[in-house]
Ligand binder design. Structure first.
Ligand code: DUC
Ligand code: ZN
Ligand code: ZN
Ligand code: ZN
Length: 468
């Protein structure tokens, strides 16, 4: 194998990995059957010499078909999971949404109806609790015990939409602390942001760049600290910060982790590579392509470098995508003349493994950290390990063969997401997904898609395996 790899032979039976062998140690009867071909007990041999063989990627933050800002995220479960598979991701955890006044179990059923029979790869759900009340709190326990949903997202942003106030957050955290469920937090001070946004519009600041100016990193840092304090007061509630973008927020997580609290965080490729000036601040309405929350950060501070450091030190444990695509032509367009009406989101589910691998290619990240942040740790964090996130006897045969010698250029003209532009247009990528297996079935090989909608199954998850 290439640098840093351990040469290994992997035996798959049906949907499951059954054995790993040090090369040359394969029992003679098996080796004989490999040589003898089709009528032997081994049906197929895939030669991955010179390539990396890694566990299938686990993207724990996607929003297929999310209704948002009067429209819906453009990838369906069918198109989004196929695109994920193309990029070496074999498991997603999507966010089912409960809004104020809705019954949690009914909202969940509606999300199941969207995904059922549509997915090319296995999938699980977190639950967004948009209306924390007595009924929703009770439902949290029910979902943990009966539905395989062990994580709940709350929003400190988006007043009037998904927002929870501090009292609601504290109550949900107390509940989660009792059951061992994870609270996932969107940490931005949405009350202050709405004031800044209204002031910007009143001054005539209507373009996409104002989305960035009105959501300053201090307000991510403040909300992150407030959430960490509330989690502690709630009895050391397990707390996971989604889509961390700012140095100020990471500093809070580093301190909380240093103090031994059950605090974790993820970041996303857009916060590692893209900037407020270059992308959100692109001429005309181009910046709308990069409107997501939290926003891309300034490149005049050290956000990117700090986030890469966090990935190395494990203060950032996971890279997810927050995949939430909206087409430029007919969806981002809704916010021309008023940046607050631009649907928030970027589509990256197909490119996460490649984009994080660039950290390995450039020497910023070790090879094992690439696999940990993209597959192993997300599986452990959300109760899917060792079924997912590892190639080991008994694990699902979700396997990616990655060719470090190949390269690609990302483009909307070649990607598989249902999205009319790419936030990554022209990005030169070292390395390439070669072959992808989902539960023993080859879904991508030789530049062709062999997957099908409905192959993917719903995953019931246990509690996070990182809790103390
Ligand atoms: N952020 C986004 O960019 N899109 C959807 C929801 C969110 O929190
Ligand atoms: Zn969010
Ligand atoms: Zn999200
Ligand atoms: Zn479209």
């Amino acid at each position: 194998g290439p640098l840093g790899a351990t040469p290994t032979e992997i035996l798959v039976d049906g949907e499951t990995v059954t054995a790993l062998f040090v090369p040359g140690s394969l029992p003679e009867d098996l080796r004989g059957s490999l040589r003898d071909g089709p009528d032997s007990s081994v049906d197929r041999v895939i030669d991955a010499t010179g390539k990396y063989v890694i566990p299938g990627g686990v993207d724990v933050h996607t929003h297929m078909e999310l209704p948002f800002g009067g429209t819906s995220a453009s990838d369906t479960f069918a198109t989004g999971t196929a695109a994920a598979a193309w990029g070496g991701t074999t498991t997603i955890i999507d966010f089912a949404v409960q809004r104020t006044g809705e019954v949690v179990e009914e909202s969940l059923a509606a999300w199941h109806a969207k995904a059922e029979g549509q997915c090319a790869i296995d999938y699980g759900f977190h639950m967004i609790i948009g209306g924390v009340d007595d009924q929703a709190l009770k439902a949290m326990d029910y979902l943990v015990a009966n539905e395989g949903i062990s994580s709940f997202k709350l929003f400190m942003a988006y007043p009037g939409v998904f927002y929870s106030d501090d009292g609601q957050i504290l109550r949900a955290m107390q509940r989660a602390a009792e059951s061992g469920a994870m609270v996932m937090m969107h940490a931005e001070n949405g009350i202050a942001i709405d004031v800044l946004a209204a002031q910007a519009l009143a001054r005539g600041g209507t373009g996409p760049v104002h989305h960035g100016y009105t959501r300053p990193p201090e307000l991510e840092g403040e909300a992150t600290n407030r959430a960490a304090v509330l989690a502690r007061v709630a009895g050391n509630c397990p707390l996971y910060f989604v889509h961390m973008s700012a140095s100020e927020a990471l500093a809070v997580v580093s301190a909380a982790r240093g103090a031994g609290h059950n605090v974790f965080a993820e970041t996303c490729p857009q916060y590692l590579y893209l900037s407020l000036e270059e992308h959100l601040g692109a001429p005309g309405f181009e910046g709308a392509k990069y409107v997501a929350s939290p926003p891309l950060r300034t490149n005049t501070a050290s956000h990117h470098d700090d986030l890469w450091r966090g990935l190395r030190t494990d203060d950032l444990a996971v890279v997810s995508t927050d995949h939430c695509p909206f087409c430029f032509r007919d969806q981002k367009e809704l916010g021309r003349g008023d940046f607050t009406r631009i649907p928030n989101g970027i589509g990256t589910v197909e490119h996460r493994i490649d984009l994080v691998y660039q950290g390995v290619a450039s020497g910023r990240l070790s090879l094992p950290r690439w696999v940990e942040t993209c597959a192993t740790t997300p599986a452990r964090m959300f109760g899917l390990y060792p079924r997912k996130g590892v190639v080991a006897p008994g694990s699902d045969a979700d396997i990616v063969i990655y060719d470090p010698a190949a390269s690609t250029t990302i483009s909307a003209s070649t990607h598989h997401m249902n999205l009319d532009y790419s936030a990554w247009e022209g990005f030169q990528v070292a390395g390439k997904v070669d072959t992808v297996l989902s539960r023993g079935t080859v879904v991508v090989a030789g530049g062709e898609f062999h997957g099908r909608a409905g192959h993917g199954r719903y995953l019931r998850r246990g509690l996070s395996q990182y809790l103390r």
